[in-house]
Design a protein around this ligand. Structure first.
Ligand SMILES: CC(C)(COP(=O)(O)OP(=O)(O)OC[C@H]1O[C@@H](n2cnc3c(N)ncnc32)[C@H](O)[C@@H]1OP(=O)(O)O)[C@@H](O)C(=O)NCCC(=O)NCCS
Length: 176
């Protein structure tokens, strides 16, 4: 079993990034913004709401929270939570989420917000079991760019020396 949640520190940065890369599909929304800088910004801005759980010295779960959501300084936001598949179902996410929410409330949050992708049932269940209730639903509509046409044939570039000769010939022709 993994250990109790501990506050995230700088030395957990690489482990958190690597675990996120494994548990999020970073090629698809809403996970495309997962990056070293997104982890670092959370740790920098609101370290007390960032927690990890370790097993044998490896990060096996994390939560990253922040204070202020949608320009509201008194709303907390839990944007990222992930648990190593080998440790899912052990209650780690609930424990980390609780630690993050308590820190956000202690820092002045009047509510904590999180967003859950509509097919992510494990995350929705985690949130409901942790006292979150469904609120506004936002659906992202996407319009793709039109298919590009067939490739244009490459432009044949004239020899620059010949081009100067032709231009001089055209000039003489016009003058005389
Ligand atoms: C969502 C996730 C963080 C849950 O982590 P976890 O440690 O397995 O969750 P917990 O063990 O703390 O379980 C919390 C609750 O959710 C439920 N739950 C968790 N995974 C579930 C699943 N796959 N199906 C149904 N319920 C699930 C648990 O039963 C538990 O409820 P309970 O207390 O009534 O038993 C984990 O599945 C994960 O990392 N998913 C991939 C990353 C992701 O989608 N993150 C969320 C978006 S940022």
């Amino acid at each position: 079993m993994a250990t109790e949640p501990v506050p995230m520190r700088l030395e957990h940065l690489a482990g958190v990034l690597e675990l996120g890369n494994r548990v999020f599909d970073v090629s698809a929304m809403p996970y495309t913004s997962w990056s070293l800088s997104s982890v670092a910004v959370h740790l920098d801005a609101q370290p007390d709401s960032c927690w990890v759980a370790e097993h044998d010295g490896r990060v096996v779960a994390f939560v990253l929270g922040s204070l202020s959501y949608d320009e509201r300084e008194d709303w907390g936001y839990v944007e990222w939570i992930g648990v190593d598949p080998e440790h899912q179902g052990e209650g780690l996410a609930r424990a980390l989420l609780e630690a993050s929410c308590q820190a956000l409330f202690a820092a002045g949050a009047t509510r904590v917000i999180t967003d859950v992708e509509k097919d992510n049932e494990s995350s929705a269940k985690l949130m409901r079991r942790s006292g979150f209730t469904d609120s506004v639903t936002v659906t992202l509509f996407i319009r793709h760019a039109p298919e590009p046409g067939p490739p244009r044939p490459p432009r044949v570039r004239e020899d620059p020396a010949k081009a100067r000769l032709h231009a001089a010939a055209r000039k003489r022709h016009r003058q005389g």
